[in-house]
Design a protein around this ligand. Structure first.
Ligand SMILES: C[S@@+](CC[C@H](N)C(=O)[O-])C[C@H]1O[C@@H](n2cnc3c(N)ncnc32)[C@H](O)[C@@H]1O
Length: 209
């Protein structure tokens, strides 16, 4: 509701970021929306992570925005779609972020992605297949340090979490059920302080105790 109002105060984005937004719109690539990424970057600015792991790079938009906002941070990001991966590599180079963003072409749930957990991180951003959030969490949360933060995007799935099952398209029902189960499970997990924020499409923020 206040998206346009908030955007009115935002600084002008650099040419690479603008180009990425145009590319995403033209090619139907789902990237974080303006007000959502702005609020997310605000949270990261408070947290000041120095090592971030992202699941779901798409064309590298959120990774580049994080790198620009947090000059001390290094980012590892995983993308399984070959075309998006290639585009992300190009944009990361164009933004001059190749030293700070390591992008890996892999299915994050496959063994090929295990290399990323040879180190620890203080932030994990899960923004990939929505029905698999629990599996991403189980695989990658052990790599997050105590006091580290796990962020998960699209927890409202554009309002579908509020709909009755029969009103949700059939092919999306299992995914929505799993997303809601994951939300419930993490909100009551004793090892995390978890908050579901009405930012963008719903941002779950879990601080590891
Ligand atoms: C919502 S987009 C990510 C947007 C990006 N974080 C941003 O805001 O700029 C989700 C991406 O996750 C990727 N993805 C989905 N499941 C994945 C998996 N198991 N492993 C790696 N990438 C995956 C998709 O190909 C898609 O490009």
């Amino acid at each position: 509701m206040y998206g346009a109002y908030i955007e009115g105060f935002m600084e002008e984005k650099d040419s690479v970021v603008q180009e990425m937004e145009q590319y995403a719109a033209q090619h139907y690539v789902p990237i974080m929306e303006n007000d959502a990424i702005d609020a997310f970057l605000g949270l990261l600015t408070i947290q000041q992570p120095t090592a971030i792991l992202e699941i779901g790079s798409a064309i590298g938009y959120s990774a580049i925005r994080m790198a620009q906002r947090l000059p001390e941070a290094s980012i590892v990001t995983i993308e399984r779609d070959a075309e998006r991966f290639e585009k992300a590599v190009q944009f990361i180079d164009a933004a001059g972020c190749q030293e700070r963003i390591r992008i890996i072409e892999a299915d994050a749930l496959a063994q090929e992605a295990d290399v990323v957990v040879d180190k620890t991180y203080d932030a994990l951003f899960i923004d990939a297949a929505k029905g698999q959030y629990r599996r991403f969490f189980d695989k990658y949360s052990p790599a997050i340090e105590s006091k580290g933060v796990i962020y998960c995007d699209n927890m409202f799935m554009h309002g579908m979490v509020l709909q009755e099952e029969q009103d949700i398209p059939k092919r999306k029902r299992t995914m929505i059920r799993k997303l809601k189960e994951f939300t419930h499970w993490l909100m009551s997990h004793p090892d995390y302080e978890t908050t579901l924020l009405p930012i963008g499409d719903g941002l779950l923020v879990a601080v590891k105790k």
